[in-house]
Design a protein around this ligand. Structure first.
Ligand SMILES: [Zn+2]
Length: 51
């Protein structure tokens, strides 16, 4: 299992083993929705980010 830091609260968020680009995660700490934008290295961005 890999982890990534939440862009909002900087806490670590765990990614399931089968995570793929485009999957949506929810931060345990601040409950923000994050979309996986890249793997190796893992990167996430705000799901609702527009523009
Ligand atoms: Zn967070």
């Amino acid at each position: 299992m890999s982890q990534v830091n939440c862009p909002d609260c900087s806490k670590s968020v765990s990614l399931p083993d089968n995570t793929e680009v485009g999957d949506v995660l929810v931060c345990d700490s601040c409950e923000v929705e994050l979309e996986v934008t890249n793997l190796e290295p893992t990167q996430v961005d705000h799901l609702l980010a527009q523009k």
